[in-house]
Design a protein around this ligand. Structure first.
Ligand SMILES: C[S@@+](CC[C@H](N)C(=O)[O-])C[C@H]1O[C@@H](n2cnc3c(N)ncnc32)[C@H](O)[C@@H]1O
Length: 293
């Protein structure tokens, strides 16, 4: 098992959270992968139940939807997603034959996803335009990422690719995050395009959490062998300096203003203002290499 493989347990938690939404395939994914059972196993003996954490569901939904909306708004037709877990934005977007979507993650979870996608194709009789690819790639390894995008076209007139990741940086050290950011920049320099990610954190947002959230984070940290949010920035200025040092710039938007309505908030009868309370932490960065803007 690689040092990163333990993080894979979190992919099924995200799948469970999204099942209350209208995200394509979310309910199937949770059922086929027995995401509830995985969640139960993770929380066993902790005194927490999955239902105690369902207020996270709209947060996962909005994050997913804001990224999908940003990809559509970018008008990019070639997307490579890192650490995509068992999320199926790629399969959903590849229902448009003009899109080419490469989903990557570590080898073990990618192998599981191959079976999952085959099952979903069968259940929903999905056409296969050969534009949805599942490739094992460590986001820290530039060679892996390079292989992942080998099918992408290079001669498009404008913004050739989008690189996407969600829910990865929370588990990385500052050094690892920088390595991934450099790898993304290299891809964007080669192809042209944008990096769409909600994954940067600011310490004030990360610390502003309830006791229950702290307990949940401790459980996840034990399961993944990784402290969460260890790479959070002191403030926005420090994040801006980090991006500038790496030769990246762009803009930040609120996930709440970018995503479509949250369906899970109604399905779970959660207070509408619960998402608003998290607004400052729900951002989406849309970045490009400085010289390629
Ligand atoms: C919280 S899950 C998020 C999955 C997915 N993006 C989502 O939102 O449902 C974190 C994912 O990061 C993956 N991961 C961890 N380290 C990685 C690495 N070095 N390279 C690629 N993927 C990695 C895990 O396997 C896991 O699928």
């Amino acid at each position: 098992m690689t040092t990163y493989a333990k993080i894979s347990v979190t992919a099924k938690l995200a799948a469970y959270m999204r099942r209350f939404s209208d995200i394509p395939f979310a309910e199937d994914v949770a059922e086929v992968l027995q995401a509830r059972e995985a969640f139960d196993a993770l929380l066993a003996g902790s005194g927490l139940q999955p239902d105690d954490l369902l207020w996270y569901a709209p947060i996962f939904e909005v994050r997913y939807k804001s990224i999908a909306a940003a990809i559509r708004a970018s008008r990019v037709r070639q997307v490579v997603e890192m650490a995509s877990g068992v999320s199926l934005r790629g399969l959903a977007m590849a229902q448009d034959p003009a899109m080419s979507y490469v989903e990557t993650d570590l080898a073990e979870i990618t192998a599981e996803k191959v079976g999952l996608v085959a099952e979903l194709r069968r259940r929903h009789t999905l056409p296969d335009y050969e534009n949805h690819h599942l490739v094992a790639a460590n986001a820290l390894d530039p060679a892996d990422l390079h292989v992942a995008v080998h099918s992408f076209r290079r001669n498009l007139p404008f913004r050739q690719i989008a690189v996407v990741n969600e829910g990865l940086f929370q588990y990385l050290s500052a050094g690892e995050m920088e390595t991934v950011a450099r790898n993304v920049r290299a891809l964007l320099v080669e192809f042209g395009g944008v990096w769409i990610t909600p994954d940067f954190s600011i310490k004030a947002d990360v610390r502003n959490v309830s006791e229950r959230q702290q307990r949940f984070r401790a459980i996840v940290a034990t399961a993944t062998d990784r402290p969460m949010y260890n790479n959070a920035f002191d403030n926005d200025a420090q994040l801006d300096a980090f991006l500038a040092r790496l030769g990246l710039r762009g803009h930040v938007v609120s996930q709440l203003d970018t995503a479509a309505e949250s369906v899970s908030i109604g399905a779970l009868q959660l207070p509408r203002e619960s998402l608003e309370r998290s607004r400052s932490a729900l951002n989406l960065w849309i970045l490009s290499p400085v010289n390629a803007l």
